[in-house]
Design a protein. Structure first.
Length: 133
């Protein structure tokens, strides 16, 4: 086992931990780890991420099903739509130049982060503090 293998395992562990803990898609962590950390091109990172997400999503999903944290009907509908969308998105990505694909991915991450941050600040402002006992 090389240092690169060890770092890949560590990156996968971190992405899996974040995925299971806060519900992010593993690709939100996998793709930046591979493009920035391992210098993969965008298309290679996305393809590798999609393959690596399968076991991560299965284990996390089964754990949440066992804990009663899943509505199976909506999950199956979303999963079916997601499978069709993933096929079409992967085929589309084959025809988009790598630098443009990286910019689209980066813009998505920035907009997503701004949306999450805005929601978090909004929730903090509307939460009533619990008086001390």
């Amino acid at each position: 086992m090389s240092w690169g293998d060890g770092l890949a395992i560590l990156g996968g562990f971190g992405a899996g931990l974040l995925s299971g803990f806060i519900g992010i898609g593993g690709g939100t962590a996998f793709v930046p780890i591979m493009t920035v950390g391992f210098r993969f091109n965008q298309a290679l990172a996305q393809g590798t991420s999609l393959a690596a997400i399968v076991p991560t999503a299965l284990v996390g999903g089964i754990t949440h099903i066992r804990e009663g944290n899943v509505l199976l009907g909506p999950a199956l509908w979303m999963g079916g739509g997601g499978a069709v969308g993933a096929i079409l998105g992967a085929l589309l990505a084959l025809y988009v130049p790598g630098p443009l694909l990286a910019r689209v991915w980066g813009a998505f991450l920035v907009l997503f982060a701004l949306r999450l941050g805005r929601g978090a600040w909004k929730n903090v402002a509307t939460t009533t503090p619990i008086p001390p006992a």
